[in-house]
Design a protein around this ligand. Structure first.
Ligand code: ZN
Length: 83
């Protein structure tokens, strides 16, 4: 079992697979992911902050998708939002 922290509601929960979204937030997770994917298709050179501002999703969450390996974009550029 893994102990996970939901990236949406920050609830700590256990699951059999490593995941960053609890069951309550699963639908939201999918919706946000779809939004981000669509946005990046249109604006492929966006960084996390731009995606965050355009979609009203926190940059933290956007980066989590990246760390989950679900977003297929140029990494270096995308992660340049520290500080
Ligand atoms: Zn949650």
């Amino acid at each position: 079992m893994y102990t996970n922290v939901c990236k949406h509601c920050y609830k700590v929960f256990k699951s059999r697979i490593r995941t960053l979204s609890c069951n309550d937030c699963r639908q939201k997770d999918e919706d946000h992911f779809d939004d981000i994917e669509l946005y990046l298709k249109e604006y492929p050179n966006s960084n996390a902050l731009q995606v965050s501002e355009a979609l009203g999703i926190t940059a933290y969450e956007v980066l989590k998708y990246l760390h989950e390996g679900r977003l297929n974009i140029s990494r270096g550029r995308f992660e340049q939002i520290d500080d």
